[in-house]
Write a protein that binds this ligand. Structure first.
Ligand code: AOS
Ligand code: ZN
Ligand code: ZN
Ligand code: ZN
Length: 424
């Protein structure tokens, strides 16, 4: 391990006095403060295996070195993040990019670092070297039954890997759709996709969920067969109680009201989980909270209110995952920033007095309603997030410690300056 508990303790010791000062204003309202800290400590965000390397764009890729060259090294990287923030206690794998050679050994390696396996992801958006049929014109929607069957079999195979690792959910993201008018019969494409999903659904273990991820455009640019939350919800409703919608924040058309979508999916008991990221234009996959932190906060407001209304457990009843890609940042530093942004939005949402907000709404007091939300959003909750980390054994300032210990340089030393992440 590149980071040991003594180093974390020393780092915390040096920052403790300043931290206590920053926390002091919170200690007046002990009950409220303690409740938020406890919730933050329980809350874990899964790291996607594919975000541990530089993704690049079709115009180029600029790897920074020391990237994980194997599934084991990816697990080690997530272990590092978790040691720093104690809030990244899960990893989400993508098959076939991350096929474990020995599932029991992989599971053990993760467990030793305090990690579990969140949703496993299937991949029918690329052709693999050894596969007989091509996904050029779609996978689960394909006009040719042989292609559909190959894609179904792949998803069932992914479930099998997930079972071996102790995962409890499958995320299906389909690039299926069409690039030009006339290319597809929308209704038939939907029906074929639905029938294919039924075959996958039938292979789910009883305690598993399937997440149907939607995306407005790319790589198909005229129609996407699972293009919005409406079509995803339709599939999920028709499939049955183990099927849910997955919201990737970057998968909406510009200015979509994502918080309203979240509220309604929760109301229907059909929100499965998230792929957190941020964007200015489309599926930009930028650091969470880097562009629209207020939107993220409004989403968490709906989550807290909606989950509490349904008696749901914040930490375990939804899949909390990041889906990001890095062109110019150190991937690990970026993920530390993303997790922290999620925790900040969550803590701010927990500050909201929902009863007061309901009163303001019932009185049609629009001004007070806005004030309540913005008061929470403008509160600096970073001392609470740091306190939660401290109590859980993490670092007061994970990013600073990452740099103090020169972790990237150490990774480059171990893996090489040219080490590029596998998969992607
Ligand atoms: C693609 O745009 C989606 O966000 C998927 O979640 C995809 O599986 C993931 O980004 C890995 O490429
Ligand atoms: Zn995604
Ligand atoms: Zn995406
Ligand atoms: Zn994305």
């Amino acid at each position: 391990m590149l980071l040991n508990s003594d180093q974390i303790a020393q780092h915390n010791e040096a920052r403790l006095a300043k931290h206590k000062q920053q926390l002091a204003p919170w200690t007046g309202e002990v009950d409220k403060t303690e409740a938020i800290i406890e919730k933050l400590m329980a809350y874990q965000v899964a790291i996607p295996s594919w975000a541990l390397g530089t993704g690049g764009t079709r115009f180029g890729r600029f790897p920074g070195g020391g990237e994980p060259r194997s599934l084991d090294e990816k697990i080690d990287d997530v272990g590092l993040l978790h040691a720093l923030n104690r809030s990244s206690g899960a990893i989400s794998l993508h098959i076939p990019w991350d096929i474990p050679a020995d599932a029991a050994a992989t599971r053990e390696r993760a467990a030793a670092l305090g990690l579990t396996f969140d949703a496993v992801n299937s991949n029918t958006f690329q052709d693999q070297a050894d596969q007989p049929e091509s996904y050029k014109f779609g996978s689960l929607q394909h006009v040719d039954a042989a292609v559909r069957q190959q894609a179904i079999d792949h998803n069932i195979e992914v479930i099998r890997h997930g079972v071996e690792l102790g995962s409890k959910s499958l995320t299906v993201w389909l690039s299926d759709g069409s690039c030009f008018p006339g290319q597809l019969n929308f209704r038939q494409a939907f029906q074929r996709t639905y029938e294919s999903l039924q075959a996958i659904y039938a292979a789910l273990p009883p305690d598993w969920k399937v997440f149907v991820e939607y995306k407005a455009f790319e790589p198909n640019f005229y129609s996407m067969t699972v293009g919005d939350w409406g079509s995803s919800l339709l599939y999920a409703q028709k499939l049955g109680p183990q099927a849910y919608t997955l919201v990737d924040l970057g998968h909406h058309l510009p200015n979509a009201n994502i918080e309203q979508i979240v509220s309604l999916l929760l109301m229907e008991g059909k929100l499965g989980g998230f792929h957190f990221n941020d964007s200015k234009y489309g599926d930009d996959d930028l650091t969470v909270g880097s562009i629209r932190p207020y939107q993220l906060f409004l989403i968490f407001n709906e989550l807290v209110e909606g989950m509490d209304a349904r008696g749901m457990n914040h930490a375990s009843d939804l899949g909390w995952m990041i889906d990001a890609s890095h062109n110019v940042k150190d991937p690990l530093e970026d993920l530390l920033q993303s997790v922290e942004a999620i925790q900040i939005a969550y803590a701010q949402a927990l500050l909201i007095d929902q009863a007061r907000l309901a009163d303001a709404r019932n009185a049609n007091d629009v001004v007070t309603a806005q004030e309540i939300l913005q008061d929470a959003f403008r509160t600096d909750v970073r001392p609470l997030v740091a306190e939660a980390r401290l109590r859980a054994g993490g670092a007061l300032a994970p990013l600073a410690l990452f740099r103090e210990q020169a972790i990237r340089q150490q990774l480059i030393g171990q893996r090489g300056a040219k080490a590029i992440a596998t998969g992607l």
